[in-house]
Write a protein that binds this ligand. Structure first.
Ligand code: PLP
Length: 474
């Protein structure tokens, strides 16, 4: 069967994404040359050959010095950086009057900037969804150190969404003149759930500042900051277009940025500093948040990557991953053992309403037990499939997906020296987490077909070998 016969009737718009098949043959030829099935776009996007050539040509054709100066090569670098900054704002529809684009090493760097500088005080609140990456969870430590209270909004199994009725109750629990920060992901890096962007205005109406973790959302969805106005947005560019690594961004509303109190200053972030008076004056705008020298030689590759996405069209990527994602979900849902029991269980939505192409699941033995994820890794390697196993740095979504109770966690004996295997045992997990397959701009029909063949290897699998290695990371 061809992609056309499968997708034709069900996804009339799939044919409009043919440009991606052409790019797969040209710009991403190394995937098929190496026989790869890449299914970890939520881990990292893939770069096109043409992005590299354009970037290298730019570096080869110019002389760029440290931008913290006014000499000719420094000026050239500054111009490049400022051009990229403007391109980033434009890509996200962010008015420069409203937003600043601050370059960071990655999404985590952007989240840390907010966490460490948000003016938490006793009586303030940090509200966040269970479903969050650990780089958002970690902000609770800054909140706690400054006496603010952290509250988690639970997700509900099996869809792993937040109950529609529940969030307003949390958002209205604020009073007085406090600084309150609400953080959530536009798309879950665990289940692919897309949490409503309407929450932003709802939270603003109750006086919250909103931190939107857009890292898993922006590679295949348009985030329009002319329509939605979160105070802070964190993202990593390598997740959008593969290259460069080491550059992320904090998009921040100027008004919200003015509230932040940085705990230190460094080279590049000040107008002036004195030693004998121990005094400094902060640089205005983004500069105050960019520690040291920005990644000025890699930053031009961001603009090249954004242009690459623009040329393809985010709508095209979105249509593509939706059609392939539905097929992948079907491949999992339709697999049955000879005794009629399902060969896989999906965590999160089984339909395609308000979700992205990140799918978390486990294979099941005929008796209903979860197939050890280390064995899944082993079989995936044989099929040259790159996917992810574990909890994907999102323990809250995992706790709900695997129904680990609060009592188990609060009452459990955990401590230094425990291995990941010890934690799996102590929490009663059936395996070391889930399996995650995620799709992106270079995904094609053949990838999902090969995934389906791989999934078939788990049908009627009674047990796994007992020589699996110890687990090493979460
Ligand atoms: C939703 C989400 N937030 C934050 C991050 C952290 O990104 P980085 O490791 O690039 O800082 C990730 C990475 O997977 C993510 O998926």
């Amino acid at each position: 069967m061809t992609a056309e016969t499968v997708f034709g009737p069900a996804h009339p718009r799939y044919a409009e994404t043919a440009v991606l098949d052409e790019l797969r043959r040209t710009d991403y030829a190394r995937l098929d040359a190496g026989g790869h099935v890449y299914l970890d776009y939520t881990g990292a996007g893939l770069y096109a050959d043409s992005q590299l050539s354009e970037h290298l040509a730019l570096l080869r054709g110019g002389v760029f010095g440290n931008p913290h100066s006014v000499n000719p090569t420094s000026t050239a670098a500054t111009e490049l950086v400022e051009h990229v900054r403007a391109a980033v704002l434009e890509f996200f529809g962010a008015s420069p009057d409203e937003y600043e684009a601050i370059f960071t090493p990655n999404a985590t760097g952007a989240l840390r900037l907010v966490g460490e500088a948000y003016p938490f005080h006793p009586g303030d609140r940090f509200l966040l969804t269970f479903d969050n990456h650990n780089s958002v969870n970690g902000i609770r430590e800054f909140a706690r150190a400054r006496g603010a209270e952290t509250t988690y909004v639970p997700s509900v199994a099996p869809d792993l969404r937040v109950d529609r009725e529940l969030l307003p109750r949390y958002l209205t629990e604020v009073g007085g003149e406090h600084h309150n920060l609400f953080a959530y992901p536009a798309q879950s890096n665990f289940s692919g759930v897309q949490h409503p962007l309407e929450w932003i205005e709802e939270a603003h109406d109750h006086g919250w500042d909103v931190l939107l973790d857009a890292a898993a959302y922006v590679p295949s969805n348009r985030l329009d900051l002319g329509r939605n106005h979160p105070d802070f947005v964190a993202l990593s560019f390598y997740k959008m277009f593969g290259w460069p690594t080491g550059v992320g961004c904090l998009l921040a509303r100027r008004e919200a940025l003015a509230k932040l109190e940085r705990p230190w200053f460094s080279g590049g972030t000040i107008v002036a500093a004195f030693v004998q008076r121990e005094w400094y004056q902060s640089a205005p705008g983004a500069a105050h948040f960019e520690d040291g020298t920005v990644n000025f030689l890699n930053l031009p590759a961001v603009e090249i990557g954004l242009r690459h996405l623009d040329r393809i069209g985010l709508d095209t990527i979105h249509t593509r991953v939706e059609a392939l994602g539905k097929m992948l979900l079907d491949a999992l849902g339709s697999r049955r053992h000879a005794n009629g029991t399902p060969a896989a269980t999906v965590y999160g939505p089984r339909d395609w309403e308000r979700r992205g192409a990140t799918i978390a699941f486990n294979f099941l033995h005929p008796d209903g037990h979860v197939v050890d994820e280390r064995y899944v890794d082993r079989v995936a390697r044989l099929h040259n499939i790159s996917l992810r196993t574990g909890c994907f740095c999102n323990p809250g979504a995992g706790e709900v997906a695997f129904t680990i109770s609060r009592d188990t966690l609060v009452g459990g004996e955990f401590g230094e020296g425990m291995t990941l295997d010890d934690y799996v045992h102590a929490t009663g997990l059936p395996s070391g987490g889930a399996v995650r397959a995620s799709l992106g701009l270079a995904s094609n029909y053949a990838d999902v077909e090969r995934f389906a063949a791989f999934a078939h290897a788990f049908v009627d699998l009674p047990a796994v070998p007992d020589d699996l290695p110890p687990r090493t990371g979460c």
